[in-house]
Design a protein around this ligand. Sequence first.
Ligand code: ADP
Ligand code: MG
Length: 602
Amino acid sequence: MSRIALLAEEVASQVAAGEVVERPASVIKELVENSIDAEATRIEVLVRRGGISYMRVVDNGVGMDRDDALLCLERHATSKIRTGHDLAAIATLGFRGEALPSIASVSRFRLATREREALAGSEVIVSGGKIESVRDGGDAPGTQIEVRSLFYNLPARRKFLRTENTEASHVEHQLHLQAIGHPRVGFVFIKDDRVVYQLPPTNSLRERIRDLCGGAFATELLEVPEFVGEGIEVRGFIGKAGMSRSSRQQQLVFLNGRAVENNTLSFALREGYHTALMKGQHPVTFLFIQMDPAAVDVNVHPAKREVRFRDAANVREAVAEAVRRTIETDRAQWTQTFRASPGAAIEPLIPTQPFQASLPIPQSAQVSLRHDWASQPLPPPVRAVEALAATPALPPAPMAPAAPQEAIAAGEFRILGVLGKLYLLMENASGLVLVDQHAAHERILFEEMRRRMEEQGVPSQRLLIPLTMQVTPRDADWLLRHLEVLERAGIALEPFGSCTFKIDTLPTFLRASDPSQLVRDIIDDLRDTSTQTSKLRLGEEMIAKTVCRHAVKANDYLREPELVRLVQDLLACELPYCCPHGRPTMIQMSYGELEKKFGRKV
Ligand code: ADP
Ligand code: MG
């Protein structure tokens, strides 16, 4: 008995729709991409109730004639590719010819379209995949698509939708991606009959980011100068060192105009930031990659979000390098603003006059004015940091107070005091500066140790009893290829059978209770960094892990000369504004921000 039957076209469309149309945001994505492919310069998106009840996308693109308006609703009908050969180099956002029939099969759908030169347009109404009417219509040139009652004929699917608010936020995120990806297109977004934004077309990505995300946010970004690698160009904007998010929501990467997600890219960004990014956090990026469409496969998933690179290593190198250079340039600029003439830059400030409060302080309030923090009995000085930061004891800094009212030159700091035995308070020309003394010390030690490692190699120690460790065949392969690098970093391993290694030597500063676990961690951390950088990274990674234990603790009491020294050393660092784990070391709170907080300025 034969059991196979061809599915009815309608059912087949619904099956296909399952892959393309997951929620209202996927409809918006497909419709907006079609408008962009149709060369629209203005796209208006309107959603009601998170898009579940109603969505409309109106564009001023090329439009369609009557035949195309009907054909576009057939499955596998597309104007964007013709042959299998075209699949190898896709230059448009769409190419599968699946979106419109899929959407029309799971909603009440209306298409009105008119070509620019045509006298009249066409209107097609479809319900659950069945064409209900076709007639003349379509007023302005361009295309308008309305989608009502999504999944009305697929109750199981409808149940999977979240609340209207959640669906609306997915729609917004999707539009955000499209708007950033295509600054030359003007966007209008209307939600529940309220205009959320109107973005004018622009040639400047920075302007688009400012219009969409706000000016304050845009100033936190660094421009990535165009980086040209082999068959690849990288540009855009990225967050400054220390700026990060706990999710990937703002890690945007566009490949030939398409927002994409790809592990290679995530690793490359991370690698580019290296210690300028907090562990476990994600960077903020608006990165644009242009490459030959033939070097990348976008036909991996129906939603076209994932891509596969033909030469992933090349892409990784280019992206990591573009990011690294940007962070480095910013460091140079930062240094110029902050680093003053050595020595004179940081002056401690001990007010001679008691603080004159202009507000009467009520007797009951326990307010004490600790303007004389420097003359307090001193707790024992900070433990010398185990020869690593062998800081020669400084002669006590002259205690001559600086006149507090004296203006501060650009690049100068004046130490005001220490807050909570942790935060160093300073004043500079722009306002208040806070330094996390622990993070700052970590950064100083990190760079100091890295310098030593580069100069002298890592001091290492033979284990009294060599340890053997078992690894997986993949890890064994990695280890065999990196024996020399590991040895330079102070870890001597000897192959001992196919998947067994003998650990002979470890760096002296590493006091690992379980050396084989440590080696495993190192493999895990480093496998994903590219081979070119791994040599340096290997050592850095280990150093970063250890400095934390050596740095001054939050509660260690630093004397004034030590504070001055700390700030001086920090400013002399290569990457002063964040600790080796990417946390900020220094925060500037400008007069502008203070004025806002005190309501002097809106
Ligand atoms: P694809 O985009 O993969 O080609 P779609 O189902 O999304 O498939 O669209 C089918 C075809 O309909 C497109 O190839 C295009 O020719 C036409 N089309 C869709 N939307 C528009 C639009 N907004 N303006 C002009 N033509 C459009
Ligand atoms: Mg499409």
